[in-house]
Design a protein around this ligand. Structure first.
Ligand SMILES: C[S@@+](CC[C@H](N)C(=O)[O-])C[C@H]1O[C@@H](n2cnc3c(N)ncnc32)[C@H](O)[C@@H]1O
Length: 334
């Protein structure tokens, strides 16, 4: 399928064509699933119909739609000029944190439970459109997320007395659950739009006034006032969107804000997990909406080199979107 924009196509036509193609593809996939012979899905990893299998295309689709929508807002002459420049000029890549900031700002700005691309994403994870309440509900089924948080996060929050940080808090999907369990929570994010969403939900709607929101640049140290001030730091579903250099930078920042011997919880996309490989093999190249894949060895190396010692590491588990795709770790500030 041809996802790229045609030479003389307007951005508006491009966004409409893209959505049409994605709808056709979904219809074809649904038909193909019905045609699968009984038992065939057990034969290979590629043939499984696990929730994670279809979740993988959701964010890539959303990314394509958001890119097309943002092109729509630009001056066509400037876009033409850029296209011309791209043919002759040598560019260095845009830093990962900048692409993340732009994509997630666009995501936060366009998100609504009744927007077409959000409902398509929720369909990929078997969630009914009516169930969508908050930004991020479309990323997973309820059971997968609850299982991960119950095992990997809540047990580390102890008796409610801890000072905790979330790196990449997004619209507050997890922070909203963590806030009532801690003394103080600070949400760090590179996207102002996401922080505004999280604040409106957590402080505005839930009245959790002990939660703060901190915009960070992604390429520099976090504000010094946070140094050594947190008992526990977590970053879930965020490192999957970072390249390796950004992962190292973010781990160094997490290390600096943790108190000595403090723990962190982080998730990474795993090339060696069944859904990790499947998703990787479907992508043409790395993009923020697509994932950046690592392996347990790389995770171990990154943690060691940024001053952490590994406490525990997850094993792949079918049926759970995250455990069948990611590596989850608990690590201690050495
Ligand atoms: C998929 S959302 C996950 C949000 C939240 N952790 C959750 O699971 O609901 C990814 C979030 O990470 C943020 N992010 C991306 N790169 C980041 C970085 N280098 N530092 C901090 N946040 C980042 C994005 O802006 C976005 O809000």
């Amino acid at each position: 399928m041809e996802y790229s924009r045609h030479e003389h196509e307007s951005a508006e036509d491009y966004a409409a064509r893209l959505l049409g193609m994605l709808q056709e593809r979904d219809a074809r996939d649904a038909l193909r699933e019905q045609e699968v012979e009984p038992g065939a899905e057990e034969q290979t990893a590629e043939a499984t119909t696990d929730p994670g299998q279809s979740a993988e295309s959701g964010l890539l689709d959303a990314e394509a739609v958001l890119v097309a929508q943002s092109a729509e807002k630009q001056n066509p002459m400037v876009l033409e000029l850029l296209k011309g420049l791209q043919k002759c000029a040598v560019y260095t890549d845009t830093p990962n944190h900048e692409t993340n900031r732009k994509l997630w700002d666009a995501y936060a700005q366009s998100w609504s439970s009744n927007v077409d691309w959000v409902q398509r994403m929720s369909g990929h994870v078997s969630r009914q459109a009516e169930e969508l309440q908050f930004l991020g509900d479309e990323w997973s089924d309820i059971e997968s997320l609850d299982a991960v948080l119950s095992y990997w996060l809540y047990p580390h929050l102890q008796d409610g007395s801890l000072t905790v940080a979330e790196v990449g808090s997004g619209g507050g999907r997890i922070a909203a659950k963590v806030a009532p369990k801690v003394q103080r929570l600070v949400c760090f994010d590179v996207s102002e739009g996401m922080l505004a969403r999280a604040k409106s939900r957590i402080v505005g709607e839930l009245g959790q006034k002990h939660v703060d929101f901190q915009l960070i640049s992604g390429d520099a140290a976090y504000p010094q006032k946070y140094n050594c001030s947190f008992d526990f730091v977590y970053s879930f579903d965020v490192f999957v969107h970072m390249d390796l250099h950004q992962m190292r930078q973010s781990l160094l920042c997490m290390h600096s804000i943790l108190r000595p011997s403090g723990l962190c919880f982080v998730s990474f996309a795993n090339l060696l997990a069944p859904d990790g490989w499947r998703r990787f093999a479907k992508q043409q190249h790395y993009s923020v909406g697509g994932f950046y894949f690592v392996s347990p060895d790389i995770v171990r190396c990154l943690l060691r080199r940024t001053g952490f010692s590994l406490v525990s590491i997850s094993k792949s588990e079918q049926g759970n979107i995250y455990l069948n795709r990611d590596i989850l770790v608990i690590a201690r500030k050495a």
